[in-house]
Design a protein around this ligand. Structure first.
Ligand code: ADP
Ligand code: ASP
Ligand code: MG
Length: 403
């Protein structure tokens, strides 16, 4: 007998027919003699709709109240799925995040899972129940409901798998696995049989929304193998696992992130400690900086540009305005119409010319590169947002259509 965690995303439970489809997948697994814990997200676009509702009432509502609202989406799904499983004649119980023992940090709307107290889930499994758990939510130390950030129910599933030492953690979604690029945007994207935690973590962080990056981080930490697969076709999906168990690919995928803004600070004094002083002000406000570009100093001044998430752009530019008003500087500008396009691959370290090939693809497509950043397993470029899809296609075709 195995313990299997199965997670179903919003589109997999979008309507009654799909809820029954999920109920059948779950009960088929249970019928084979397995213990099954199911994690579900809110139906279809429910979370987006709830955010819209909140904005109609009060766009500046406190994060605590936003979480109280957003967590409601998953409550609907668990009850409906449990009802469908009951109708198929199987024993089932639905649990909210707090009932399932999810304890989180206090950061409303982006809480981190601190611990899952699994006694209740274990008790229900002992009673031979199928356990259906609301993803994306938990309880903080003030006993308030929290949510884990968008896409967070992947992390809920991995956290249960880790805490309960599950034998398998399956992430069911609306595509057949992890592809070399978003299969909805790039026709020739190829499904990967397997991918390492590190590459998947980079792809997820760089915009491939198929898995939430924290879920991959946690899977790596606790060595939980994940299978990403479709709830609509009965086919094996992509396995996410340790790199040592697989062959290194030069490039495993191309990702796009449009949640980026560039802040440029021009004409600041060219002196030691400048970067430290500028960026420590942003760090103090917990603003994450991504790509940084600094010009060569000329006439005692230089320019520094950096990227932040779009929702941090306004605050970052205000902090920089204040900074230059104190130490001197010409101007601060923000450009929100940019996107980051990246290639990821564990094998690029040992292959020369990978970045060049990416730049050539962009050159051929007449796309201008505005910033570049690299690590051992990725190359990212900042380009104009309206060129992002064309850039992904051009880069993907260069790496995957030519061999
Ligand atoms: P769920 O609701 O099941 O959590 P998501 O919408 O969060 O599903 O993630 C699945 C989507 O991720 C797919 O529909 C696909 O468009 C997108 N996606 C982006 N990049 C990739 C990729 N490299 N491989 C697979 N899917 C991707
Ligand atoms: N329902 C949440 C969201 O839309 C969580 C998830 O889908 O994983 O972000
Ligand atoms: Mg998701």
């Amino acid at each position: 007998m195995s313990l299997i965690v199965q997670k179903f995303g919003g589109s997999s439970v979008a309507d009654a027919e799909r809820v029954f489809n999920v109920a059948r997948i779950v009960t088929d697994t249970y019928k084979k003699g397995n213990k099954v814990v199911v994690v579900v997200s809110a139906q279809g676009d429910t979370t987006d709709d709830l955010i819209e509702k909140a904005n109609e009432i009060n766009p500046d509502a406190s994060k605590r109240e936003k979480d109280m609202l957003l967590a409601a989406g998953e409550q609907i799904s668990i009850a409906l799925l449990a009802m469908a499983i009951e109708k198929l004649g199987y024993p089932v119980v639905s649990l909210l995040g707090w009932q399932a023992g999810f304890q989180t940090s206090s950061a409303y709307t982006s809480a981190r899972i601190k611990r899952v107290r699994t006694d209740r889930i274990a008790k229900e499994l002992d009673k031979n129940n199928i356990v259906v758990v609301a993803g994306f939510q938990g309880l903080n130390r003030y006993e308030d409901v929290t949510t884990l950030g968008r896409g967070g129910s992947d992390t809920s599933a991995v956290a249960i798998a880790a805490a309960m030492h599950a034998d398998l953690c399956q992430i069911y979604t609306d595509v057949e696995g992890v592809y070399t690029a978003d299969p909805r945007k790039v026709e020739n994207a190829k499904m990967l049989k397997c991918i390492s935690y590190d590459e998947m973590l980079e792809l997820a962080t760089l915009g491939a929304q198929v898995l939430n990056n924290r879920s991959v981080e946690m899977a790596k930490k606790y060595n939980i193998e994940l299978e990403v697969l479709s709830s609509f076709t009965h086919k094996p999906g992509t396995i996410v696992k340790e790199a040592s168990k697989m062959e290194k690919m030069v490039i495993s995928g191309v990702a796009k992130d449009v949640d980026v803004a560039r802040v440029s600070v021009l004409g600041v004094p060219d002196e030691p400690g400048l970067a430290f002083k500028m960026f420590s002000r942003l760090a103090a406000k917990k603003i994450n900086i991504d790509i940084i570009l600094q010009s060569i100093g000329r006439d005692g001044t230089k320019d520094i540009s950096f990227t932040v998430a779009k929702n941090n752009a306004k605050e970052a530019s205000e902090i920089m305005e204040e900074y230059i008003s104190n130490v001197g500087g010409k101007s601060v500008s923000v450009d929100e119409k940019v996107a980051k396009v990246s290639i990821v691959g564990a094998g690029m370290e040992s292959h020369a010319g990978v970045a060049t090939k990416m730049f050539e693809a962009l050159y051929d497509a007449h796309i201008n590169i505005r910033m570049i950043s690299t690590s051992e397993i990725k190359v990212s470029v900042l380009i104009d947002e309206d060129k992002a899809d064309a850039a992904v296609k051009a880069i993907h075709s260069k790496f995957f259509d030519e061999d």
